[in-house]
Ligand binder design. Structure first.
Ligand code: PLP
Length: 386
């Protein structure tokens, strides 16, 4: 089957290659926090290496101590109890989602995905033999029961909810999730709650997970999370799935024949992350909030860029650039992305990768200084057309 490379990884690789040639590119293409992993977490990994915890396989689904640490973290954060054996640790949340699609999707199974949504869901569904079905959203980038009704068929078995959402920063409220969750229960559809940005919510907005809404909805939901975004640990590759025993046992079988266990050292680091007092997470959250509040009004002023609702979480802006495409005299947002990289030396991602051409994704997981320079470059570039 045909599979296309991840657009976010591709643009970032191009930007990094340009940087290696000495070109001063600012990379706002990838969702990678720019902070170093908190020292206490790195120290736990060093300790694991120095005490020889490197030369053995752990269970494919992760160390029992790590599963306990995850179960405790979920209980503290959500007030929801999962026994440790209902948790599988994976090599990143990306692998968690991949293995879930392999588990839940048969040939022809339809998986409902909001449009726009993260680049890999669609490909992962196709790789599992399923059919991705996009659910339309309005100006607020949220699905609702009308758009779900329009998309659903009897082959639909799974709905993915990612709140806070990549690429829009949208956060669903408790009431909205209750309505969507009830709809899924009624249609016998399994919900995947991709909560990877759950710790990154700004300006008095509140995050709530699908698994917190009601017991009935939680029972229909598989929870996915990881350490990449909240703990600035993208390189460590630790994610997890929490769900029903039967599902977890199927997931574990697939893991045992594919990745085997995630790197043992990373698992020890993740235990430290989940057991820490979370103050470093809060420090990083505040830095993202300051960046959002600083650049949101500036991006709005770039000629041809239109931002509707202010993002509430994650670390992305998703402006409508259809006007900018016209101003620059090019055919598509993809062409505009190429121009911004070539001429303004700023890497961003085409909305097409998220199912929404005419838009761009700008990641603000970069220093304030780089963000301000990047916005200045994009403004200067667009100003030549007005
Ligand atoms: N889900 C979403 C919505 C994401 O944006 C990402 C990363 O960009 C992931 C999952 C995967 O995260 P990781 O594999 O780094 O844990």
């Amino acid at each position: 089957m045909r599979v296309t490379p991840s657009a976010t990884v591709k643009v970032s690789n191009t930007a990094k290659a340009m940087m290696r040639q000495g070109i001063d590119v600012i990379n706002l293409g990838i969702g990678e926090p720019d902070f170093t992993t908190p020292k206490m977490i790195a120290d736990a990994a060093v300790q694991a290496i120095q005490s020889g915890k490197t030369s053995f396989y752990t269970p494919a689904s992760g160390l029992p101590q790590l599963k306990e640490a995850i179960a405790n973290r979920i209980k503290k954060d959500y007030g929801v109890v999962y026994p440790a054996d209902q948790i599988s640790v994976t090599s990143g949340a990306k692998m968690a989602l991949f293995v879930l699609m392999q588990t839940l999707v048969d040939d022809g199974t339809e998986v409902l995905l909001p449009r726009p949504s993260w680049v890999s869901y669609k490909q992962q569904v196709s790789l599992a033999g399923g059919k991705p079905v996009l659910v339309e959203t309005g100006a607020d980038f949220k699905i609702n029961t009308d758009t779900l009704d329009a998309a659903v068929s009897r082959n639909a078995k799974v709905l993915v909810i990612n709140s806070p959402q990549n690429p829009t920063g949208t956060v669903y409220s408790k009431d909205e999730l209750a309505v969507i969750g009830q709809w899924a229960v009624l249609h016998n559809i399994t919900l995947i709650a991709d909560d990877i940005y759950g710790k990154l919510v700004y300006n008095q907005n509140q995050f709530i997970s699908l698994v917190q809404i009601s017991d009935e909805i939680a029972a229909s939901t598989v929870l996915v999370n990881g350490v990449s975004k909240a703990y600035s640990m993208t390189g460590w590759r630790i994610g997890y799935i929490a769900g029903a025993p039967e599902l977890i046992s199927r997931v574990n079988s697939i893991l045992s024949h594919s990745t085997g266990n995630p790197a043992t050292v990373s698992q020890y680091a993740a235990i430290a992350a989940f057991e820490s007092d979370q103050s470093e997470v809060e420090t990083m959250r505040q830095a993202f909030e300051e960046r959002l509040n600083t650049i949101y009004p500036l991006v709005q002023q770039i000629p041809g860029f239109k931002l509707t609702a202010k993002p509430e979480g994650a670390f992305y802006l998703f402006p409508d650039v259809r006007e900018a495409v016209k101003l620059a005299g090019v055919d598509s947002s993809g062409d505009l992305v190429d121009l911004l990289l070539d001429k303004a030396h700023v890497a961003v991602v085409d909305g097409d990768a998220f199912g929404m051409p005419g838009f761009l994704r700008i990641s603000y997981a970069a220093s304030l200084e780089n963000l301000l320079t990047a916005v200045e470059r994009m403004t200067k570039f667009m100003n030549q057309f007005v």
